[in-house]
Write a protein that binds this ligand. Structure first.
Ligand code: UD1
Ligand code: MG
Length: 455
């Protein structure tokens, strides 16, 4: 589609009171990404000439979160029609059609937007296209009053509707496509003489009809136009998002043993023939390559797990972890900002941070890279094929050479040469018979004390 055909206006000036939050409603996250970004990602596929976001309070928050969009302020929330009027300057030099969306309706697919564009193009006389839907519970949505030919006569807000109108099941999603060169002349004709005292965008239907234009309806599925007003709605949206992600993962060749317990981010990248065990959480920025296994109760964020690697159970992979092909990260292991080459094993109870580990190195249980001195971070470099004995502390900055051995329980503060053995712990001593003598001595002391008390 050529760029100049469509402009998108996203309404986001509502107060969002029911969220009870300092964060702007449209910035609350779903799948680790603000809901607004879910919407803008679908909008982007249309390549609009312009995207304008109408905000009220917390303009700075929205400004900081988006690029490539113009932001305009509606300082008083006088209704959805009034909100669109606020874009008159931003759209001054633009005359193509305008698609109005809601910032708190994040899952509307691009295909529906295209359906609306196609519906408008069907006859030249169509001046407006409204996106309707038939909700399970029509509640307080505006109702679409249609003519015998299926075209739209008017939208009546619930507050203003008669009993007969409230019985209509076809509802207004709020989204519409409006003939661009008519938009602002039509908006000028809106009045606020209604139950809410607001300028209703929905009244454009009657205005357009008075201008001799027809209004078409495109019907959406309820899940595609689900709006978010409360934390409960947010949780429902998250659930819907996760269901889609899980289905997509399985369709792409990923085994989820218990899909309902696996949580993905908007950008989780999965290869094929991956197995994900129950209760795994993927924060943003995770890539899992073919054939990897993520075992139960693992938490991953900002990491790459290469082909055939096995993670967990109970592993925590933090940003900057890069786990090599066929490598193994076991239980209660935390890895942060560390590159592990192919075949590395960190099987139990370790912290690996700010580190490089060469191919096939084996890191014993309880090994800690001491990367922080309270002020600065330092790197630990472990060579290929090195073996780090259990319960070792590697005090960074430090380098362990290729093929070196570090004895268990060592505190390594100096570099270790390739193929060397480093032992950095107290030497073991033995005193023959000491334990036995000690027991006898203490037992007789205790007996003497008891005898004294008894007197
Ligand atoms: C609106 C529709 C109703 C539809 C419902 C769907 C109107 C008059 N009514 O009602 O037919 O069924 O959405 O959810 O349009 N907003 C602003 N500025 C304002 C008012 C609203 O930017 O002055 C934004 C809100 O942030 C929100 C959207 O517009 O994203 C809808 O506002 P809301 O107050 O929820 O409209 P409803 O009364 O629910
Ligand atoms: Mg609403």
């Amino acid at each position: 589609m050529p760029k100049q055909d469509i402009a998108v206006v996203v309404l986001a000036a509502g107060k969002g009171t029911r969220m009870k939050s300092k964060l702007h409603k449209v910035l609350h996250a779903i799948g680790g990404q603000p809901m607004l970004h879910h919407l803008l990602a679908s909008v982007e596929s249309l390549s609009p000439a312009k995207t304008v976001i109408v905000v009220g309070a917390e303009r700075e928050q929205v400004e900081a979160a988006v690029a490539d969009c113009e932001i305009v302020t509606q300082s008083e929330q006088l209704g959805t029609g009034h909100a669109v009027m606020m874009t008159s300057e931003a759209l001054e030099t633009y005359s193509g059609d305008v698609l109005v969306l809601y910032g708190d309706v994040p899952f509307i697919p691009t295909s529906l937007m295209r359906d609306m564009i196609a519906a408008k193009a069907e006859t030249e006389n169509t001046g407006l296209v409204v996106l309707g839907f038939r909700p399970y519970d029509p509640a307080k949505y505006g109702r679409l009053v249609t003519a015998a030919d299926g075209s739209l006569e008017r939208i009546v807000e619930y507050k203003d509707a008669s009993e007969a109108e409230r019985a209509i099941t076809l509802c207004n999603s709020g989204m519409m496509l409006i003939e661009g060169d008519k938009l602002f002349t039509w908006l000028d004709r809106l009045s606020n003489k209604n139950a809410a005292g607001e300028y209703y965008l929905t009244d454009l239907v009657e205005v357009a009809r008075k201008d001799g234009r027809t209004v078409a309806v495109v019907e959406a599925r309820e899940e595609d136009v689900m709006g978010i007003n409360s934390r409960e709605d947010l949780a429902n949206a998250e659930a819907a998002f996760q269901t889609r992600k899980r289905r997509a993962a399985m369709a792409a060749g990923v085994t989820l043993i218990d899909p309902a317990t696996v949580y993905f981010s908007h950008d989780t990248k999965l290869g094929s023939d991956i197995t994900i065990e129950p209760s795994v959480f993927f924060g943003p920025g995770v890539t899992i390559e073919d054939g990897a296994t993520i075992k139960a109760y693992s938490h991953l964020e900002g990491v790459r797990v290469r082909a055939g690697a096995a993670i967990g159970p109970f592993a925590r992979l933090r940003p900057g972890a890069d786990i090599g092909e066929g490598a193994k990260i076991g239980n209660f292991v935390e890895v942060k900002k560390a590159k592990l080459e192919a075949g590395v094993k960190v099987s139990h109870l370790s912290y690996i941070g700010d580190a490089y580990i060469g191919a096939d190195a084996n890191i014993g249980a309880g090994t800690i890279t001491c990367n922080y001195d309270g002020f600065l971070k330092f790197e630990t470099h472990i060579g290929a094929g090195a073996f780090i004995g259990s319960n070792s502390a590697l005090v960074a900055p430090v380098k362990i050479g290729d093929g070196a051995l570090v004895a268990a329980g060592s505190v390594i503060t100096e570099d270790v040469s390739a193929d060397a053995l480093a032992v950095a712990r107290g030497r073991q001593a033995e005193k023959q018979g000491f334990a036995k003598e000690f027991r006898e001595q203490q037992a007789s002391k205790k007996a003497a004390q008891a005898a004294k008390k008894g007197k």
